[in-house]
Design a protein around this ligand. Structure first.
Ligand SMILES: N[C@@H](CC(=O)c1ccccc1NC=O)C(=O)O
Length: 294
């Protein structure tokens, strides 16, 4: 019989869910520090090269703000990439999450990045609803948006997957989601409950279940089932991260969704996404190709 995460002791489970411990480039503290530095600097560059509308309020709460990065000629019509940042639902913000903008705006693509209430202020149900709401508000306010693509990293990939199973009639508008790129994501939250990650989140088993994309795939609305979904992992992600992505991909395929699975060799959990500032990087090309074709 195959081993499951339930057979792992707490220590091993925590190791599996500590992405920084699997990087061959640097030690765990250095890789996170470098990630924040790289993405903060990248976001600063994006804000200097692209036309921006920063801190658009999408709700009543203080943190409910989003940034828009616009391509040239944005008054006519443009596709929008929504980037959802990671950080285990308790770190990072939109201030470090605009680094992928330059190659996208050069190709006529707009980018939206939202803040959501990270834990411990935020809890999982709130975070999921904030992400969905920020997207609905954006497409309602900017009718020039021709189609929406979702890209998320780590916890952000989880939030993309939850957005794919939204009941859109509960929101102010229904986005035309044409594609999604899920990078090094977590799609079943149950193992997370048994790790340090839950110290700030304080999810109950029920909250973890109802917020697990693996467990709400059948709620995916029919217009979403026709979109293109790309599941991506880093070569140096842990075996548990590989398993989570593999199983999510297989479930999408079983549902008849058009999905691909890609491992990016030579990358770890952090530089797999950091390199999106580079137009020549494989994942940037995958995103540009997807938007061109759909
Ligand atoms: N304890 C986690 C921390 C972590 O995942 C993280 C920390 C800061 C910023 C981003 C992170 N992860 C993914 O985006 C780790 O071992 O990597």
């Amino acid at each position: 019989m195959e081993l499951s995460w339930r057979d792992l002791g707490r220590e091993e489970l925590e190791h599996q869910y500590s992405p920084s411990q699997w990087s061959p480039r640097m030690d765990k503290d250095a890789v996170i520090k470098a990630h924040v530095k790289e993405t903060t600097e990248g976001t600063r560059i994006s804000r200097s090269v692209a036309k921006t509308i920063l801190n658009i309020q999408y709700g009543e709460r203080e943190s409910e703000k989003l940034d828009l990065y616009l391509p040239q000629g944005s008054s006519t019509g443009f596709p929008l990439l929504v980037y959802i940042h990671g950080g285990y639902w308790q770190f990072l913000s939109k201030e470090e999450s605009g680094f992928m903008v330059p190659p996208l705006v050069r190709h006529g693509i707009g980018v939206m990045v939202m803040d959501y209430d990270i834990a411990p202020q935020g809890h999982m149900d709130l975070i999921v609803s904030q992400v969905r709401r920020s997207i609905a508000v954006t497409i309602q306010r900017y009718p020039q948006i021709t189609g929406v693509y979702l890209c998320g990293h780590s916890a952000g990939a989880h939030l993309v997957a939850m957005t794919l199973c939204t009941k859109w009639s509960e929101y102010v508008a229904t986005p035309d989601i044409k594609g999604a790129i899920l990078v090094s994501g977590v799609f079943d939250l149950l193992p997370i409950i048994h790790t340090y990650v839950n110290d700030a989140l304080k999810m109950s088993e029920m909250e973890a279940e109802r917020n697990s994309p693996m467990r709400c795939l059948t709620q995916m609305e029919s217009h979403i089932r026709t979109c293109q979904i790309e599941v991506v992992v880093a070569e140096h992600d842990s075996p548990e991260f590989h398993r989570q992505s593999q199983e999510y991909f297989q479930s999408l395929q079983a549902l008849g969704v058009s999905a691909t699975f890609t491992q990016i060799n030579g990358t770890d959990h952090f530089d797999v996404i950091e390199q999106l500032h580079d137009e020549k990087y494989m994942l940037t090309q995958m995103i540009l190709d997807m938007i061109k074709k759909t």
